[in-house]
Design a protein around this ligand. Sequence first.
Ligand SMILES: Nc1ncnc2c1ncn2[C@@H]1O[C@H](COP(=O)(O)OP(=O)(O)OP(=O)(O)O)[C@@H](O)[C@H]1O
Length: 611
Amino acid sequence: MPATKSIQNFYINEEQSIYLLSHQDAKKHRQWLNICKKQLGMLGYQQVEVVGSGAFGFVFAGVAADGEEWVFKFSRITLAQSVRDRLEDEAFMLSQIHNPMVPKFFGFERLKKQGILMMARAKGEDLEKVSLKRGRFKPHEVVALALKLRNVLVDLRDHKNGMSPQPIVHGDIKPSNIVWDATSDSFALVDWGSSVYAQLDSDGQPVASNIMDLMSSDVSHTNARMGDVYFIGDEQMSGAQSSPRFDEQGVASTLYALASAQSCRFGAGVIPAASLGLPQEFAAVIDAMLSKDKKTRDQAGDYFIRNMPTMAKAYLPELPAKTTKAKIPFWLSSGPEKPDTVVYSSRKQFLRRADQNQQLRDVNDAQLDRYYKEFLFDTGDTEKAFLASISRLAKYPVVGGLSFHWKQESLFVESSLILYDESRSKAFTDAVNAAVMLAQGITQKGLFKCCLFDARQTIQLERDGTGAFIFENLPKLKYDVVDVKASEITRPHSYFEDGKDPDEQLQLPKAIIQCVFELNQIHHTGCIIFESLHNRLKIHHYYRLLDASKEAHFKSLLDRIMQYAMSIQDVGVAGFMKLPYKNTREFNLCERQVDAFYPRNPKAVLDAKQA
Ligand SMILES: Nc1ncnc2c1ncn2[C@@H]1O[C@H](COP(=O)(O)OP(=O)(O)OP(=O)(O)O)[C@@H](O)[C@H]1O
């Protein structure tokens, strides 16, 4: 497609809420997205839209003049050249695969440093998005998907170069890389950026598909690429030679994540597949595929490939849905605009504790978020799964706070969560429950807290050359008012006073602390985080006043906090969170959730229900 030559100067920013970028960066980011859209429009593509973004790129879609739907994948220009070159490798692998489950390759262009991969658009939505909307997938859905994925694995293993076997490894199978169309029930496997020709077959024997491989002296080295560390198996993680086993692992992780409403594989020790109401044989295979023991994993993988067609024939009618109760309460709220949720947590401290090799010691805050995935290596699986479950909560339009306190034999959870989309209640309940169950599986004593706020409301003030803040009118801290029954107001409520957080290095002016102390006398929930940088100050916050009679006082305190914030000179982060009641819920620690399988005789269950 030579016409793409006119697309120039693409720059894609780091992935974060656009509302947290500086005003200038946000403007640049929007401008670039608009340039992309406009350029694609000028090339004759219509209905151009952003359909996805990942760690490596940005994905646009548009409809060509002949009605065909195209996808354009741009690599992030901020990444190292070697990483950006992967887009060309991805284009090559995609061009090699001809499978109804893989989008057709259209072309690859390089414009200055910017690569653009063009391919057919897969119909539908990726399964991570579907999972966030629906919560736990139903047993028959998981089993049907398992059969489809098993068939893809077989196709990839059977790939040939002419007459010689040349198995392909996708290397990054996970929910967000599977696009599903509900109407036609069609699936597509996207993102071939980690794909390679397998070096070993599933029995661990070298694959010598061409003479070059045989002559290569480098056969002991891996050609494998890193997939998403939340989904790949142990061998791919540890740099073993590439083999079809990698994708078996991706498939097992994907099925597990969708069945359990999580965004990773690491929770399987605490919330095993055997506890998810799946058919017993199927659950056992998934748990064994996720096992720590290679032999068990491989045997289960073989069993999965061999027996999935039979397992998928089982009669799995949808059973009357039991309403799942949220283990911790949340409130529903509606508003004209949904929050763009960002989570701010004490996970750095939490991670540092689990970081035995002390690799995190020298990492500053901003970097830590970026390198977070890489630093997961030394953390325990359940801790990883717990942190991933908290990140999953932030994918919902929600504000609030959570505090998990592990003491002796119990876990205490204080919470205040407000969800701004009723249609997501069920899915959010599943996500919250997964977070609590994972927390129950953590044995180390300690405290973890997080605030979820709306990045759209974040106040940003730039400093001038002297360090003074630039503004015409001092922005105001916003709040909602919800008048709670008087009887509830008398209940004791907690304040965020658990000592100094080592992650919060910012020294706040005493006057601010005094105001926060006074605020604490008024019944409310909320959080405020001051993030002071050299050139600007960000104030993330949400406030919900629960005693309308105190509004005047409440408002004046918030105004005073803003005034005193103008004297912040120090650099760092500090914050306060206020939850409505102390120790909202107490849970037993629980190493592993109990077994729960799909009934052996579902008809009997249905008949009993009808009777
Ligand atoms: N051909 C396609 N058709 C439809 N949607 C697509 C297609 N390719 C990508 N997408 C969408 O774009 C998203 C991001 O694409 P992709 O996974 O290729 O990017 P990435 O930067 O490599 O992501 P990651 O960091 O997750 O590896 C996908 O999750 C999917 O929703």
